[in-house]
Structure formats: C-alpha cells, structure tokens
Design a protein around this ligand. Sequence first.
Ligand SMILES: [Zn+2]
Ligand SMILES: [Zn+2]
Length: 135
Amino acid sequence: MEKLKRTLKESGIKPTYQRIKILDFMRQNARNHPTVEMIYADLAKEIPTMSLTTVYNTLSTFIEKGLVCGVTITGTEVRYDFNTESHHHFLCKKCGQIKDVDVPCSLSAQKGNLIDGHKIEEIHGYFKGTCKDCL
Ligand SMILES: [Zn+2]
Ligand SMILES: [Zn+2]
C-alpha cells in the first residue's frame, strides 16, 4: 500500500484511498486487462461508496500520467493494462480473454526510431484468434 501511495504521489496524483485501491486492483490483475466495469464490480463490493464514474475518471488520470495504458483491441471497449511497456496482445474470439504475447517487434519498429521520417513513441500490436484454453 505504501509503495502504491508513493507511486501516485510521484506521478502528481493525490493518493486517496479509492485511487490506491484502483491502482492496487490493476497491479493484481495486470494479466487480465480488465474493463472499467470489471474493476468497478469488484471494488464496489468492498467500497460501496465507489462509483463507476470515479473508477472511469481515475483510470483516465492514470493513463494520462502513464501508470496504466488503454488497450482498444475489441473495438467496442477499453481494456486497462498495468504493464505500460510496449507489448503485444492476443484476443480470443471465443472467450474474450486478452493475453500478453511475447512477440518481438521488427527492428525498424522500435521506440524512438523513425519510419518514413515519423518518430515512433508508442507501438501497439494485436492478434485475434482462439486461445490455448479454448483450443
Ligand atoms: Zn479463449
Ligand atoms: Zn498487456
């Protein structure tokens, strides 16, 4: 908890109890890429005063400050990711799970490099198919 509090302070975010709980949830569910509804549903059980708007606004602030990133792989919703390093995702069309996959980027597509004179700051890549649990 203290470490999360410090992380928020260092990012210029006032470490309120609810914000700490949301960041803690993201840390524990890093591999699940939850939606705002999933985060809310879980935290509201423990903190009845928490609202969906609070969760949504808090996540927007976290994205702005680089604490989490938004993954828009399904085209209909944002999934939140605690892992802010550039990495690729796999969406299972059967069960809807989003998994991190370890696929290296080609050398020309690295952070800080230029493509056609454009400077790369973020790299997003995703794959869709059937996950190993569903196969
Ligand atoms: Zn699946
Ligand atoms: Zn991820």
